[in-house]
Design a protein around this ligand. Structure first.
Ligand code: C2E
Ligand code: CA
Ligand code: CA
Length: 675
């Protein structure tokens, strides 16, 4: 550096310069349109300049320029900046930026590339090449004149360059005055004390309104005792606005105008950084898919937009709404911004989401939502965990019957994880032949004949092992494959009945459990008929088991479907009686012929004998047959016989077994008879 600059000073020898600075110096230095000069920072004097620099500095000749004393016009801020640059030059680095000059009162701007120049006495000066702004191709990129100001460590203004005064006014007395939020100044001073240099973007108050600047704040040592704050300020307003607009775009959901997933994550990151405690509500519309499928996407969109507006204009709670996915929303409430408890807010959200929506013609639509909530930091310290936990709570709300809110409790996400694992494998279970059926005989103890076989699903997965039937059914309902699954069961069970009958030498019926979701499918009766016909069987050979809750959920629809099956000659059983509503009042309205009293009564037979007896009498008066499940001991069976209940099912009488078991038993019996 020293070598080539020394040569450069004697600009006649510019062949050497070419050798060292090939990028710009291939022409005679004096013909350059770029002004070049060397400045002695300590003595406030220009040490050397080329003709273009004479022009820039409005000098009559070099001698006049070299005699100029810059100390009177150089503010402390500029001097500090130059001293600061000197540290950079000492590391053999250069600085490039827009600079404003006012030689003889004429304002000029140029893009300056500054680097170090070592004087013979070892001091470092500044070598500057200034490209006049009109020569810059991409002027817009660089149109930021550097603004400089200095303050003492308490933030009291010391000095500034003219560019600063132009833009920020002459009345700045405190560093904090620059900011819209004065506290920023304290944060910056603290940061600089700690790490010597601090850089960030701020919206500042200027003569022409609030503008965005990039601030570079460093410690400058004006003398040995006092440190000063040197603030270098670059106008980045337009670029910043573009950037903000772009960020807003990528963070917004186009349909609802709410924050999207990305926007939400940024917001939560900010909360966590600032240690703000908050509640998170995971809102999921119930059966939204049905609205979309049956009424079209434009109605679906309308519902989504309506909910977004309701969340955004929520008068009772001030929170931040975001759309997390299809019909999933996240609502965030800052803990100390709300007078309501976490639970109250959740209830309020349920009320809000349950208000009727409208279709395109303005007809009312009844849609509910389920809400799961969690709390930062109590329920999780990172965003993903919190979201997962609020989601798990929401999932629990769904599985407890939807249209409700549940707060996260420890372990919920394990259930969720298990569910999604089961769901993932269940999708392929039929295709991979992992499903099979067991058949449990239901006996008529008057003559020990088999009244029917209850078909019970078995799913053995290589990874999950044997998955409990109730779990399989619940997941199949949730992932929307219950119809497909139960149609497979219906085909399998009805298809096996003739073989079961042959193996057990009886005319038993096949009893099939049907889920509430499947039961109200309009195609079900026709499907049952076709499978029966395919196996040369009649409707009288089939018994359908429905739980109380299935029938009660939507009484009108449930009763309608039950009547339809009954009219076809298919018998119905009410399953798990006593676990749900246990209302005898509606029983006579259901065209069922069998009521299955739940296992739980049987296991407490001694205590519940009286209850079972009275239920039995009531059922009898309603012309319904009583069946008791879960008969595990000979005593239980005898007691039931005494009460007069003869339809019995349970491990004491027979375990559920696959068809192959019955076939093998029959074969064994046959060969025993033959031998
Ligand atoms: P469920 O309909 O009440 O079926 C009777 C359950 O009791 C069966 O359990 C059976 O194995 C069990 N069980 C039979 N005898 C005894 C006994 O003496 N003691 C005890 N403790 N239990 C006994 P499984 O097979 O695990 O089925 C559980 C539930 O899963 C069923 O209850 C039913 O709600 C559902 N499920 C099973 N298969 C199907 C199906 O194909 N479709 C539908 N929708 N649900 C099914
Ligand atoms: Ca059953
Ligand atoms: Ca049952």
């Amino acid at each position: 550096m020293l070598h080539h600059l020394t040569l450069f000073k004697n600009s006649k020898q510019n062949k050497h310069i070419t050798k060292h600075r090939p990028y710009k110096m291939s022409v005679n230095c004096n013909q350059l349109s770029t002004a070049v000069w060397i400045y002695d920072i300590d003595n406030y004097r220009i040490h050397w300049a080329n003709p273009a620099a004479l022009l820039l500095w409005e000098a009559d000749d070099l001698t006049e320029l070299l005699q100029r004393d810059f100390s009177t016009n150089t503010s402390e801020a500029v001097q500090s900046t130059l001293r600061d640059y000197r540290h950079t030059f000492e590391k053999n680095q250069s600085v490039s930026m827009f600079w404003r000059f006012t030689p003889k009162g004429i304002t000029k701007e140029a893009f300056c590339q500054m680097s170090g120049y070592t004087f013979p006495d070892g001091r470092i000066g500044l070598q500057c090449e200034a490209i006049p702004s009109p020569l810059l191709k991409d002027h817009s990129q660089h149109n930021s004149i550097i603004m400089l100001s200095t303050y003492n460590m308490d933030g009291v203004f010391i000095s500034a360059n003219p560019a600063f005064n132009d833009q920020m006014g002459n009345a700045v007395e405190q560093f904090s005055q620059l900011f819209l939020t004065p506290e920023h100044s304290t944060e910056i001073i603290a940061a600089v004390k700690h790490q010597e240099i601090f850089e960030s973007d701020y919206l500042l108050k200027t003569n022409s309104g609030n503008l965005w600047f990039h601030l570079k704040v460093s410690l400058s040592h004006a003398n040995f005792t006092d440190s000063e704050l040197l603030v270098q300020q670059f106008n980045i307003h337009n670029r910043k606005l573009e950037q903000i607009q772009l960020t807003a775009q990528v963070n917004t959901d186009p349909l609802t105008g709410l924050l999207n997933r990305r926007g939400l994550k940024e917001l939560l990151e900010q909360y966590i950084r600032q240690n703000i405690e908050f509640f998170i509500y995971y809102i999921d519309l119930d059966s939204f898919k049905m609205i979309n499928d049956s009424m079209g996407h434009s109605v679906g969109d309308l519902v989504l937009k309506t909910l977004a507006q309701r969340l955004q204009n929520n008068a009772t709670v001030t929170g931040q709404a975001s759309r997390f996915g299809g019909d999933e929303y996240i609502y965030i409430v800052e803990k100390n911004q709300s007078t309501l408890s976490q639970n109250h807010i959740a209830e309020q959200l349920i009320t809000l989401t349950n208000r009727p929506y409208t279709d395109l013609e303005g007809n009312p639509l009844l849609i509910s939502a389920s809400v799961g909530s969690a709390c930062y930091p109590d329920d999780g310290q990172d965003i993903n965990k919190l979201l997962l936990r609020a989601d798990a709570a929401m999932y629990m709300a769904k599985s407890k019957g939807k249209k409700r809110q549940i707060h996260y409790q420890k372990g919920m996400e394990d259930i969720l994880q298990r569910r999604s694992l089961v769901a993932k494998h269940l999708h392929l279970a039929i295709k991979n032949s992992e499903l099979s059926m067991d058949y449990q005989p239901i006996f008529d103890t008057t003559d020990n004949s088999i009244h029917s076989f209850e078909a019970l699903l078995r799913w053995r997965n290589p990874l999950l092992g044997l998955v409990p039937a109730e779990e399989t059914i619940q997941v199949a309902e949730q992932i929307g494959i219950i119809v497909e699954l139960e149609n497979w069961i219906i085909k399998q069970a009805i298809g096996d009945l003739p073989l079961l009958r042959e193996a057990t030498l009886c005319q038993a019926k096949i009893a099939i459990n049907i889920s509430g979701l499947h039961f109200t499918e309009p195609e079900l009766p026709a499907f049952l008929l076709s499978v029966l016909a395919h196996n040369q069987l009649n409707t009288a050979d089939l018994q359908i088991e429905l739980t109380e809750s299935t029938l009660i959920k939507d009484i009108n629809e449930g009763f309608f479907c039950a009547n339809e099956l009954s009219n076809l000659g298919i018998s119905l059983s009410i399953d798990d009686f006593g676990t749900g509503y246990s209302s005898l009042a509606y029983l006579h309205q259901i065209p069922a012929n069998i009521v299955k009293i739940d296992n739980s009564f049987t296991s407490r037979m001694e205590q519940s004998a009286a209850t079972i007896t009275s239920i039995h009498h009531l059922l009898k008066s309603l012309k319904l047959t009583t069946l008791v499940e879960g008969v595990e001991t000979p005593e239980q069976s005898s007691m039931l016989n005494l009460i007069g209940i003869n339809l019995q099912q349970g491990y004491h009488l027979a375990h559920p077994k696959p068809l192959s078991y019955y076939l093998a038993a029959a074969k064994l019996k046959q060969s025993a008879l033959l031998s």
